[in-house]
Design a protein around this ligand. Structure first.
Ligand code: NAD
Ligand code: UDP
Length: 312
């Protein structure tokens, strides 16, 4: 049983992680400023004796005695991270400095939720951890991509300079229940549009690809990484190597929901990556981890969640 801090714990991935850690009997402290997260996501945990919620912004310092820190606080959808790009960069960079400072002070192990966005619009496919990426430093996605890259740099410098015990994961597109219905990401957009009978909005011609990981698989990988052997820092890719075009995704959602929504095409946002697929050999070797839930199965569970949400 450990004392564990989860920043961004009221968000989509954070709420699933908090649930797993509480169920395993740990003392969990969730820190969130509710920018994109909601109390609804963690409401079922509020009555648990081993769960505590603190409203706090990670750009400010915090002192709590813990053994492990999962640093997830950061808006993750393009709509939200571009809403206040300066704040996004501050959250990534100052949030990382504050969590690394805390880890150093209380001698905690700290895990950074980094992203496949560090690979930018990749010209190596699929993407192994050794690939340094192809990132525009001055575009509309840069606040997120470069913020996360700077956070990785800080993690490795605190490790080299101060011996902080770090773990870095690079998460590829993850989906599931508790995603914010309005956050503009593709899986939630298509499902909500299909369930409401609205047009399905494909950006560009729909030939761009993504690899979608169901949230339960991801959380399992995160916990394995946090508890992996001393000296293994990562970065390690966590994602499902199944690769789909956005047109394929739209058709899957239409088939499963039985919706009569029409597909419409909208302009492709600037710097939208054309392809993305993780190499997960390192996660298999070091963590004995690979995803088990395929896209159809995961979509069914997610559609079930959104159907209930929309009826409420
Ligand atoms: P999310 O937006 O649902 O969760 C982010 C959480 O962080 C929210 O609860 C939000 O309120 C909180 N937050 C934002 N700024 C904060 C601040 N300054 N102080 C305190 N809390 C703050 O997104 P998510 O999909 O759950 O993503 C969680 C983490 O995983 C993020 O760091 C994201 O970059 C990373 N990630 C997610 C994906 C994905 O596909 N979902 C992919 C790659 C990386
Ligand atoms: N996308 C789309 N329609 C939408 C939302 C997104 O076609 O309603 C596309 C988007 O242009 C991108 C892909 O789906 O190519 C994944 O977008 P998302 O914002 O979910 O994640 P990211 O681009 O950060 O991987």
């Amino acid at each position: 049983m450990k004392r564990i801090l989860v920043t961004g714990g009221a968000g989509f991935i954070g709420s699933h992680l908090c649930r797993r850690l509480v169920d395993e009997g740990n003392d969990v402290i969730c820190v969130d400023n509710f920018f994109t997260g909601t109390k609804r996501n963690i409401e079922p945990l509020l009555d648990c004796h081993n769960f505590e919620l603190i409203r706090h912004d990670v750009t400010k310092e915090i002192l709590v005695e813990v053994d492990q820190i999962y640093n997830l606080a950061c808006p993750a959808s393009p709509v939200h991270y571009q809403y206040n790009p300066v704040k996004t960069m501050k959250t990534s960079v100052m949030g990382a400095i504050n969590m690394l400072g805390l880890a150093k002070r209380v001698k905690a192990r700290v895990l950074q939720a980094s992203t496949s966005e560090v690979y930018g619009n990749p010209n190596v496919h699929p993407q192994p951890e050794e690939y340094w990426g192809n990132v525009n430093p001055i575009g509309i996605r840069s606040c997120y991509d470069e913020g996360k890259r700077a956070a990785e740099t800080l993690f490795f410098d605190y490790h080299r300079q101060n011996n902080v015990d770090i773990k870095v994961i690079r998460i590829f597109n993850t989906y599931g229940p508790n995603m914010n219905a309005n956050d503009g990401r593709v899986v939630s957009n298509f499902i909500v549009q299909a369930l409401k009978g609205e047009d399905i909005t494909i950006y560009g011609d729909g030939s761009q690809t993504r690899s979608f990981c169901y949230v339960d698989d991801l959380v399992d990988g995160m916990i394995r990484m946090m508890n992996s052997r001393d000296g293994f820092t990562g970065p390690v890719n966590l994602g499902n190597p199944g690769e789909f075009t956005m047109l394929e995704l739209a058709n899957k959602v239409l088939n499963i929901t039985g919706s009569s929504s029409k597909i419409v095409y909208k302009p492709l946002p600037q710097d939208d990556p054309t392809q993305r697929k993780p190499v997960i050999d390192l996660a298999k070797k070091e963590l004995d981890w690979e995803p088990h839930i395929n896209l159809d199965e995961g979509l069914k569970k997610t559609i079930e969640y959104f159907s209930k949400l929309i009826q409420e």
